[in-house]
Design a protein around this ligand. Structure first.
Ligand code: ADP
Length: 390
């Protein structure tokens, strides 16, 4: 059963056509720099004979969708539906839902919580419905998995009337990835996993506590700014810092927003790059700020692993995933070293291996199992579409 998955960002649109049963990918690509000069579509399909790059004007998301559809059409494969990754599902999507006029309205209604993403995603869904009225669409929100975490974990200790009126709570993000990581770990371990701490460590990073498939807590909050320090995001800081920056620093609301989201994190600490590859290389050359960026990232990841273990009231498995989690043996080793007091031991040889599949990297005497799980959000989205529309 084939499904088209679309992941629209503020200025990009990724797409992938895949077979849910065999996991074969027939086409995938990314429309980049939508609405900006120098736009192009990079793609690869069973019809393209390798990687291709189309230098085309992408004035809006609608044009990008049309290009994506043209590329998909070349494969000659039909599909049963389209799955849309939506960043913020708010209180309307505790699970994935088929798109109707009403549910499309919900994506827009909750958009103030993720304005850079939800409006573009809603426009893309609308375009797909216009262009292909006979094909069903499904919303797969990144927040869904976290919606039913216990109230003690999602409630903010702010006045109840304020919290209720503005729908303030922990929504989290990367839910589709954490859901996939749970599923993949369970499959790999023949069901022998009960208390998992899932670490999605990419340029955006979050951890999630999962007990027997139930989400118990996660590290991102109302928005994806909370929790771990990330490529360019500051993660958790004293909330009073925001007021202080405005009162004493003279920064406007928008300037603080930009600072915390785009100019902070690993980029700010290392003063080199937001990319851990550059930072690791600089640290190897003896750059102290780069070394501190790695130290902070590993320290806070380890600290948050402990927080998530508390949410689970235990931990039998830790899974590393996403760009850093899957590709940086250095960072995995640093985090594991910091958790050695808990009995975490990794096997250096297994940790150094570079293979794109689920694998265990813990040493035989480790008290907690450690896995590397390449995430696959597209597959998880496609599974939801197949279930709802297949
Ligand atoms: P996102 O989807 O949030 O943009 P990814 O999960 O693709 O992020 O992760 C991207 C990040 O992964 C890069 O910014 C980089 O920091 C890190 N990364 C990728 N490959 C490596 C590697 N070989 N070594 C260390 N870090 C890596």
């Amino acid at each position: 059963m084939n499904v088209l998955v679309i992941n629209a960002g503020s200025s990009s649109l990724k797409f992938q056509l895949l077979d849910v049963d065999t996991r074969e990918v027939y086409a995938k690509g990314n429309c980049e720099r939508i609405g900006i000069d120098g736009s192009f579509v990079g793609y690869e399909s069973i019809a393209s004979g390798g990687k291709r790059r189309l230098e085309v004007a992408l004035p809006d998301h609608k044009t990008a969708v049309q290009h994506a559809f043209d590329i998909v059409k070349e494969t000659g494969k039909d599909f049963v539906g389209i799955g849309h990754r939506v960043v913020q599902g708010g209180w309307y999507f505790p699970e994935s839902k088929v798109v109707t006029e009403e549910s499309l309205g919900w994506v827009r209604e909750v958009a103030p919580l993720a304005p850079l993403h939800n409006y573009a995603e809603a426009d893309v869904i609308e375009t797909c419905r216009e262009l292909f009225p006979e094909i069903g669409n499904v919303v797969v929100a990144d927040t869904s998995f976290h919606y039913n975490i216990p109230e003690r974990a999602h409630r903010y200790a702010l006045p109840r009337d304020v919290v209720d009126r503005l729908h303030i709570r922990k929504y989290g993000a990367h839910g589709t990835s954490h859901r996939y990581i749970w599923r993949a770990a369970k499959e790999f371990l023949d069901d022998d996993v009960h208390k998992l701490v899932s670490c999605h460590l990419g340029s955006g990073a979050s951890l999630c506590a999962i007990t027997d498939g139930r989400d118990m807590d996660t590290t991102m909050g109302l928005t994806p700014l909370d929790g771990l320090i990330m490529g360019t995001r500051c993660g958790t800081i004293d909330p009073a810092t925001v007021c202080y920056l405005q009162r004493e620093g003279g920064y406007s609301v928008d300037e603080v927003d930009t600072m915390m989201n785009k100019q902070s994190g690993l980029l700010a600490v290392s003063a080199i790059s937001s990319d851990t590859r550059d930072i690791e290389e600089a640290a190897t050359r003896g750059d102290e700020r780069a070394a501190m960026a790695i130290e902070m990232f590993a320290y806070r990841t380890a600290q948050l692993v402990c927080g998530m273990a508390q949410a689970n009231e235990g931990v039998d498995t830790i899974a590393f995933s996403a760009g850093i989690g899957e590709n940086s043996p250095t960072m995995r080793a640093e985090v594991a070293r910091k958790l050695a007091w808990l009995g975490v031991r990794i096997d250096d040889e297994k940790n150094a291996l570079r293979v794109d599949e689920v694998r265990e990297i813990s040493a035989p005497d480790s008290a907690i199992r450690v896995l590397v799980v390449p995430t696959n959000e597209e597959y998880m989205i496609a599974l939801d579409v197949a279930e709802l529309l297949g």
